[in-house]
Write a protein that binds this ligand. Structure first.
Ligand code: C2O
Ligand code: CU
Length: 475
């Protein structure tokens, strides 16, 4: 449901529902975009006609969930209603918003109990491709389908012929199309996490996407998988990257001709459809060795080209108002990513990392950050890994001491990637999630301008829940 009304009317409506909404706006004519998002079970078809349906958990009855769109700088209100059989929350991944709206259970809000609702309200400062997902029982809730795109539109429309969105999800289905049980398997948690056997785009195992010769497409890709990393190659095309994680960067061709996205990561691409009517080109995902597969075909419509040449319009997206890190005055913190199989911690974990306490009681930590393991989805009393003064520039020096990949996500901020393995990163792109290959290091920098307790965790959900999670406090 998508309603845009005057705040006054929304207020009146809210009163009628018996919700006590404080009057936080003047009587100015502020338009508030309001959505209602009900988390509930549903049955959908993921694998195509003739294949069995799948019982999933959804926002508004679909996977991915309802696509939310709002203009940059304009307020958004989302009333989340919980019709699941367990607690939930919604996290607005990548959006710089007040801490109380961040959706981490027990840390930033009380979980939303079954039958209850919670109203999220914030004004996204940045345009770009974002997404939302639960932060409670995340393995199961995300793994059963709770995820959706949040598109923050630029104030001025970007000159493209088409704006395409691919929300990529990864499912583990049995032969009858059911979601396989076994979330939180210890063995998997210590390795690459729960990788599925069925990849969907926008809720369907894709076949082809129809394109027109000569058109310029903005393709927004969201990796909403629990654990699967994707590496996409576009046969016969030369996409340019416009943005990572919603934040514009200097447009550039794909490094090595491939786009690598770990869980939770996004990219906006510009693709000029330079093929000819009737041609077909494959998009291939070849991240896992020997497991390359065709994700989808770009199929050129037989009609005449949309135009003879691709338009010459600038490929730049307008910059977002991000505070620039002051590297000369930065405080540096080293963060080691530790644990997993082959580390001595993994399956044989003795509890020593937690000083002998908690590990077993907390469901067993397999991973750690600087020797600390916080497990689960969020807790009320997480001691911060790092405490920062408001306004301080912070450089986090990340070292992946493990044999596994980790997409590390910081809530409430975007950071610049300053260096990788000791070498300056020329692009210095902004991200909210950085994919750390095994044994590699990176430096990221951001201004701690948003007060609160912010999660910093691995977005391979099994890793997060098995200990690769921490809090960064901004006082
Ligand atoms: Cu997208 Cu804490 O997560
Ligand atoms: Cu990880």
């Amino acid at each position: 449901m998508n309603v845009s009304r005057r705040s006054l009317m929304v207020g009146a409506g809210a009163a009628a529902w018996g919700l006590a909404l404080p009057l936080r706006r003047s009587f100015a004519e502020t338009e508030i975009k309001e959505y209602r998002l009900t988390a509930k079970p549903a049955v959908v078809n993921l694998t195509g006609d003739g294949h069995p349906d799948t019982a999933v958990w959804t926002y508004e009855g679909t996977v991915p969930g309802l696509e939310l769109r709002v203009r940059q700088g304009e307020p958004l209100r989302v009333v989340v209603e919980n019709k699941l059989g367990e607690d939930t929350t919604v996290h607005w991944h990548g959006v710089r918003l007040p801490n109380a709206m961040d959706g981490v259970p027990n840390l930033t809000q009380k979980p939303i109990r079954p039958g209850e609702s919670f109203t999220y309200e914030f004004t996204p400062p940045d345009a770009g491709t974002f997404w939302y997902h639960p932060h409670a029982d995340t393995l199961q809730q995300l793994g059963r389908g709770l995820a959706g795109a949040l598109i923050i539109e630029e104030r001025e429309p970007v000159p493209v012929d088409r704006d395409l969105l691919w929300v990529i999800e990864d499912w583990r289905l049995d032969d009858d199309g059911r979601i396989a049980p076994g979330f939180g398997n210890r063995m998997e948690a210590g390795m690459s996490g729960r990788i599925g056997n069925t990849v969907t785009i926008n809720g369907r195992v894709p076949d082809l996407v129809s394109v027109k010769a000569g058109e310029r497409v903005r393709l927004r890709i969201v990796n909403a998988a629990l654990a699967r990393i994707i590496r996409l190659r576009f046969e016969g095309h030369r996409p340019n990257v416009l943005a990572y994680d919603g934040q514009p960067c200097d447009p550039h061709p794909l490094e090595g001709g491939r786009l690598v996205l770990g869980p939770a990561m996004r990219a906006d691409l510009i693709i000029d459809m330079d093929g000819k009517p009737g041609e077909i080109y494959r998009v291939i995902d070849d991240f896992y060795q020997d497991l390359a597969y065709k994700l989808i075909d770009l199929a050129y419509a037989p009609e005449r080209p949309a135009r003879d040449h691709s338009p010459n319009a600038s490929r730049m997206l307008p910059a977002n108002p991000l505070p620039e890190p002051d590297l000369a005055a930065a405080e540096r913190y080293e963060i080691a990513l530790q644990g997993g199989m082959m580390s001595g911690m993994g399956m044989m974990s003795s509890g020593s990392m937690m000083g002998g306490t908690g590990m077993m009681g907390m469901g067993g930590a397999t991973w750690a950050m600087n020797g600390m393991s916080m497990t689960g989805d969020g807790q009320s009393d997480m001691p911060p890994l790092v405490t920062l003064k408001r306004g301080q520039t912070c450089v986090l020096v990340l070292r992946n001491e493990t044999a596994w990949w980790h997409p590390m996500h910081l809530h409430g901020h975007s950071f610049r990637v300053i260096s990788r393995n000791g070498k300056p990163n020329k692009l210095r792109e902004w991200r909210d999630t950085i994919l750390m290959p095994p044994r590699e290091s990176a430096e990221i920098a951001f201004v701690a301008d948003n007060p609160g307790d912010w999660m910093f965790h691995c977005h391979v959900t099994d890793h997060q829940e098995a200990g690769m999670m921490s809090v960064i406090r901004i006082a």
